[in-house]
Design a binder for this molecule. Structure first.
Ligand SMILES: [Zn+2]
Length: 353
């Protein structure tokens, strides 16, 4: 069996009074996060235990939040502070979301509702969900979730994290290697190729817009920036969905999809491309996750490999040399084998399985 983590995104039914309570709770949670961040920076620490000692009591008195909401706020700040390498401008926490755990949230399957700790005590809120979410939630005892507020639609939702055990698919079919890259977003050893040209074009356009807006620096520009980053994210997610779907649809149950472990993609792509890759790296990860998600649903296994020299090894005679690869062309210096560089990489990833 294999443990799969999924998120059930559920809309919440709230009346006007409950909405105000939730908004106030989210506001206080964000304010608490910002206070904790200040304390963390003053004391130069991202350690959760230390932070708890430093700020638990004052935050509790100031915001009157439930104990575990404060613990989650501390955890969130610690994690965010650790992720940010450069302690440049401190990022402000905003009210649209709040982390919940088993002490501040529970799910009742009988009446399809959740109970959430708020500044006005526990609130029981019915879920407005369809069959897809119900299926995810049936028989689950979720212990973590995120409460979200969409300022545009003024709607509340909760993202509930569920862990499901799914049977391991048999690995008795074809083996398909998938190479992810910048020029081709994906190339498979069974002959599929997804050009990255459109994505590159769109992302360059967004990058230029971003630069212009950042230079402007006005409030309106900032708001537009945020909208743009959402648009760009949705564009890439949509593209990744379509690629993942096409790849998984080209396989049959029992097949094995082999993907390169992302940690090793870095060593393959030249340093000059690093900036470009930075912008792309989350999209690589997302494509991998989408493929895994769709494949698991269809009984197709996904295996991660860490092949060295993926783009330098000859798939025919296994001779490894940097000189084998020249741009998009692969030409083996030993046996003379020729091929498209990305297809060769996909074949090598397949063979690494
Ligand atoms: Zn060769």
């Amino acid at each position: 069996m294999k443990l799969v983590t999924k998120t059930a995104r559920c809309k919440l039914q709230v009346d006007t009074e409950q909405a105000e309570t939730l908004r106030e709770t989210l506001r206080r949670f964000a304010d608490a996060c910002n206070d904790i961040l200040c304390i963390a920076q003053e004391n130069r620490t991202t350690n959760k235990v230390k932070l708890q000692h430093l700020c638990y009591r004052t935050i509790k008195e100031k915001y009157n939040l439930q104990a575990n909401l404060i613990i989650r706020a501390i955890a969130r700040v610690a994690e965010a502070a650790r992720k940010k390498r450069k302690p440049s401008k401190p990022k402000k926490f905003k009210p649209p979301s709040m982390s919940l755990d088993q002490r501040t949230f529970s799910f009742n399957e009988k009446c399809w509702e959740v109970s959430i700790s708020t500044v006005a005590g526990r609130l029981k809120l019915p879920l407005a969900i369809g069959n897809f979410q119900r299926e995810l939630l049936i028989g689950q005892k979720p212990t973590s979730a995120t409460l979200c507020y969409n300022r545009r639609t003024k709607a509340f939702s909760i993202n509930i994290v569920v862990n499901r055990e799914v049977p391991l698919p048999p690995q008795n079919g074809n083996v398909i290697g998938v190479d992810r890259g910048i020029y081709n977003l994906a190339t498979t050893s069974n002959g599929l190729k997804f050009s990255g040209r459109q994505a590159m074009h769109v992302r360059k356009r967004y990058a230029r817009l971003r630069q212009a807006l950042q230079a402007k620096g006005t409030k309106g520009a900032k708001r537009l920036l945020q909208r743009l980053s959402g648009k760009e994210r949705r564009f890439m997610a949509d593209l990744n969905h379509r690629i993942a779907k096409a790849i998984v649809n080209s396989c049959t149950p029992g097949d094995v999809i082999v993907i390169e472990d992302l940690r090793y993609i870095w060593e393959r792509i030249r340093v000059a491309k690093e900036q470009c890759l930075l912008r792309h790296s989350w999209a690589f990860g997302q494509l991998g996750r989408f493929i895994e998600y769709k494949a698991t649903e269809r009984g197709i296994a996904v295996v991660y490999v860490d092949p060295h020299h993926t783009s330098q090894r000859c798939p025919k005679c296994r001779f490894v040399s940097k000189g084998n690869r020249n741009g998009h062309i692969f030409r083996c210096a030993s046996c003379g084998f020729r091929g498209h560089a990305d297809l060769v990489a996909a074949t090598n990833i397949r063979q690494a399985y």
